[in-house]
Design a protein around this ligand. Structure first.
Ligand SMILES: CCc1c(F)c(F)c(S(N)(=O)=O)c(F)c1F
Ligand SMILES: [Zn+2]
Length: 262
């Protein structure tokens, strides 16, 4: 089953996704522009807690849209809980979105400002739903932790990822990636904004509780450049399409409230 082809180009990019995925024009689409002083500070919004047991990472792959690190989600070893979440949500994968050299690349923006890149840690509600697939279409099925990346100093742990990107240059490539603990990619503060949204790629399901950390992490221009050597295209494809600008722009807020942890 080939499904619908979508991408980030002129013909198949975000402005055309509604043709095959009508929910693209829904009432809780992501990403959004976050306006900090319009966010409501909720005293009963507690801290989020991540418990990422490092021995659950499995592999790293290029799916033609991003680079993805998959985790073993057969038990509750690696979870996020607290904050707006009623249950612990199991870590399934993380991936990135980034721009071209020197401009934008994040999906969410803050007061209209984009960052160079955005990391998404995707979790699913295994208490209420039996499988990720079932959770991915439920209104409280997924929780995605979003972390902004800004250019600055080298990130000492991101090297573990950028050093293996050459192994997954082409769409469809995959390689072992064990023992990686994503706790090393978190900033020092876990203060966040949270709102109800969707997947930012097709099928754009409106099933995501978004938790966006306020503090970005710093990565070097060189490390970001490594992501841009990845390709959207397969090894045998004579078109070498550099993987960059794989982000969806902000979508209408449609009356939603953004809450702030603190
Ligand atoms: C279908 C797998 C998948 C993605 F491909 C994806 F891009 C995102 S996103 N950008 O909203 O975090 C998910 F949450 C997700 F579950
Ligand atoms: Zn994403």
């Amino acid at each position: 089953m080939t499904g619908h082809h979508w991408g980030y180009g002129k013909e198949d990019g975000p402005s055309s996704w509604y043709k095959n995925y009508p929910v693209a024009e829904g009432n809780r689409q992501s990403p959004i522009d976050i306006v900090p002083n319009e966010a409501s500070h909720d005293r009963d919004l507690g801290p989020i807690m991540t418990n990422y047991d490092h021995c659950t990472s499995i592999n790293i792959s290029n799916n033609g849209h991003s680079v993805v690190v998959e985790f073993n989600d057969s038990d509750d070893r690696s979870v996020i809980k607290g904050g707006p979440l009623d249950n612990p949500y199991r870590l399934k994968q993380f991936h990135f979105h980034w721009g071209g050299k020197g401009h934008g690349g994040s999906e969410h923006t803050v007061s209209g400002e984009g960052f160079a890149s955005e990391l998404h840690l995707v979790h699913w509600n295994a208490v209420k739903y039996k499988t990720y697939g079932e959770a991915s279409t439920a209104p409280d099925g997924l929780a995605v932790l979003g972390i902004f990346l800004e250019t600055g100093d080298d990130h000492r742990w991101l090297h573990m990822i950028t050093d293996v990107l050459y192994m997954v240059k082409y769409k469809g490539s995959i390689t072992d990636f064990k023992g990686f603990n994503p706790n090393c990619l978190l900033p020092s503060s876990l203060h966040y904004w949270t709102y109800l949204g969707s997947l930012t790629t097709p099928p754009l399901h409106e099933s995501v509780i978004w938790i966006i950390l306020k503090e970005p992490i710093e990565v070097s221009e060189k490390q970001l450049g490594m992501f841009r050597m990845l390709l959207f295209t397969e090894e045998d494809d004579d078109q070498k399409m550099r993987m960059e600008n794989n982000f969806r722009p902000p979508q209408p807020i449609k009356g939603r409230r953004v809450r702030s942890s603190n």
